[in-house]
Design a protein around this ligand. Structure first.
Ligand code: FAD
Length: 313
């Protein structure tokens, strides 16, 4: 039977939904599922993790050095716990997981399976390649620990269970490197829904023309209670901040509704919305590639259509 360890992602004492999504992937593998919480004070996050359906046990490591998620500091601790006989170690394929997982895999001397989007067997997984243009089936060696990152957009968050899993405190005798230290965290603060977890997203592209004109995207998003996204062209031109970029080199998202406004639909953008539910596109070019994947399309000038849409809403 597989024994799976998931490293919890958290910030400001709150568990990220990427952890519950990783649990869904672990369920597809089958076996027992433990969650590891590394923090200065893990109690609150551990309680949230213990409430996820399917979690057998939550392990916590409380250390002052774990106050901030520094991959260099966390890696030797995760490797020490994962090396205690687990068959699989899973992390979300987010900035957090993509930074940490390869370090752990290197410390354990195993190869990493990245971006798991489907489980075919306990060692066999599907993952996207060539910016999502192709899907490859990969097989991890049978006799080694599988270190994998989970494409969170491919899995729903596991629900809350009826009973909380037990929480166990570990005391690890592991030296952590001192060459990496926390200096500061710069993050955009917004009252809008988080782009990666939002049910609805409205995105704007190069066609918006300026940061001032991009404001109409925010206004429409607010009317819909949606998060705001942007194409890379809009980000590179300075119309929208970098953390709003959707796509291959931005965020991979799976909202129920995605509205692409003035976005052509380049493959690198579409990679980020592959798992979206309903896609609506507004573009003045009827031949724009975005219409090939859109469920609803409006051909016309966005500066005319958006005010009309807002009025109707
Ligand atoms: P454009 O392609 O210029 O499209 C603008 C669209 O707006 C056009 O279809 C046009 O018809 C329409 N339009 C113009 N005026 C109006 C109007 N008034 N009303 C309505 N419609 C109008 N891109 C991403 O988005 N995310 C990524 O993560 C990403 N990663 C990349 C990684 C690599 C390695 C590379 C090479 C590229 C990457 N790109 C990414 C860039 C990508 O190839 C495209 O260049 C980019 O997505 C184009 O952005 P856009 O659709 O906003 O602009």
């Amino acid at each position: 039977m597989s024994t799976i360890l998931i490293v919890a992602e958290h910030l400001d004492g709150k568990l990220n939904t990427s952890t519950a999504r990783s649990v869904s992937c672990a369920k597809a593998i089958g076996g027992s599922i433990d969650v590891l919480v590394l923090a200065a004070d893990p109690a609150g996050v551990a309680a949230e993790a213990a409430a996820i359906e399917g979690v057998a046990k939550v392990l916590t490591v409380a250390r002052a050095e774990n106050a901030h998620a520094l991959a260099a500091v966390l890696a030797p601790q995760v490797a020490a716990v994962a090396g205690k006989g687990y068959s699989h170690l899973l992390l979300p394929s987010t900035t957090f997981g993509k930074d940490l997982a390869p370090r752990v895999a290197a410390l354990l001397g195993v190869a990493q399976v990245s971006d798991i989007m489907a489980v075919e067997g306990v060692q066999t997984f599907k993952r996207p390649i060539y910016a999502g243009n192709a899907i490859v089936t990969v097989e991890a060696p049978a006799d080694a620990l599988v270190v994998g990152t989970v494409r969170t957009a491919s899995y729903p968050a596991a629900a809350r269970g009826s009973a909380a899993a037990p929480v166990e405190t570990l005391s690890l005798d592991v030296a952590v490197p001192a060459h990496t230290r926390f200096v500061g965290l710069a993050q955009g603060k917004t009252d809008r829904p988080d782009l990666q977890g939002a049910a609805k997203v409205v995105s704007g592209g190069r066609a918006l023309g300026s940061a001032e004109q991009f404001e109409i995207i925010y206004a429409l998003a607010d009317k819909l209670g949606a998060a705001v996204g942007a194409s890379r062209a809009a980000v590179d031109a300075g119309y929208a901040p970098n953390d709003l970029q959707v796509g291959q080199t931005g965020k991979i998202i799976a909202p129920e509704l995605y509205v692409a406004i003035g976005i052509s639909g380049a493959i690198q953008h579409l990679t980020g919305i592959k798992d979206a539910g309903t896609i609506v596109a507004i573009n003045k070019d009827a031949d724009a590639p975005i219409f090939e994947i859109a469920d609803f399309g409006l051909v016309g000038d966005l500066f005319k259509i958006i005010p009309e849409l807002e009025q109707a809403l």
